[in-house]
Design a protein around this ligand. Sequence first.
Ligand code: NDP
Length: 328
Amino acid sequence: MSTRIGILGYGNLGRGVELAVKEAPDMELVAVFTRRDPSSLKIQTAGVPVVSVNDVADWTDKIDVMILCGGSATDLPTQTPEYAKLFNVVDSFDTHARIPEHFANVDASAKEAGKIAVISCGWDPGMFSLARVYSNAILPDGNDYTFWGKGVSQGHSDAIRRIKGVKNAKQYTIPVDAALEAVRSGQNPELTTRQKHTRECFVVLEEGADAAAVEKEIKEMPNYFADYDTTVHFISEEELLTNHSGMAHGGFVFRSGKTGVNKEHNHIIEYSLKLDSNPEFTTSVLVAVARAAKRMQDEGMKGCKTILDIPPAYLSDKSGEELRAHLL
Ligand code: NDP
């Protein structure tokens, strides 16, 4: 029997889950839930109902895994503990510093209800976390490096949009080539924040705004820009829409570690992602994790988990026999 999937929240990730479920031979999309008026949403799959979140409790015996597609800033901290009381859930919560707190809240709900909740799945946290853990376990004497980009940072773009005089903005995070090469060549460099990434901003100004003042405010913004070399370009609204509406992203995780009697051998593990669509890749991970969540629940597990707790074979729709024959 197919794993029955629900989508809660229909933004970029919601649309991506819908596409990824279509590619999964062992899954079917049962319903999409939204906080907005359901009749205002047009989804891509014919025959799948769009339902108000207010009626979600009517669906507990019709859905095996609910994929939560709300935002990390304000939606998921409340939605994941709330819906883990009713369903097995998967989310993409990506505020790294708050993962322990989110885990504890979700764990309490899921354990009480006897459900499985897998949090913080996607690429970072998600596939990058797996790459870091595998490589740390294998090379205990070494250094970790994570680089992001080139890609749009939603948080940094929002921060620029909040500046007086700014109409719209996009911010790209870009890894510094020299730093990547130093890591790749086994130099084990100590890198400062400024040496690892640069930030490039494309800004549309309000009529009559002071460009020099906006540029200064961006470049001096603490936490967001002050510790980076930042370039600011002022462009028209049309140019922003035409050239900067893509959702590409990616990055690199490295572990550079030593073995040998005199630590004379250096090993470099590099995991990289080049994503044309950040949400479509993220949701491809969420759907594979939903498959694993169902299997974990079938085995009697409950409570909050992360991608680190999932045996790799549980992510695949292929049998153990097929995996051993073709992918091992
Ligand atoms: P969106 O802003 O597109 O959607 C978030 C929620 O906002 C939706 O669930 C939807 O809820 C609501 N919404 C969407 N569109 C509209 C609209 N037009 N009007 C009103 N409400 C709307 O966010 P994304 O889907 O792009 O991203 C969600 C989260 O995913 C991000 O916050 C990010 O933290 C996380 N993420 C994690 C990654 C990882 O690697 N772990 C990678 C990428 C993203 P509703 O339908 O109920 O209104």
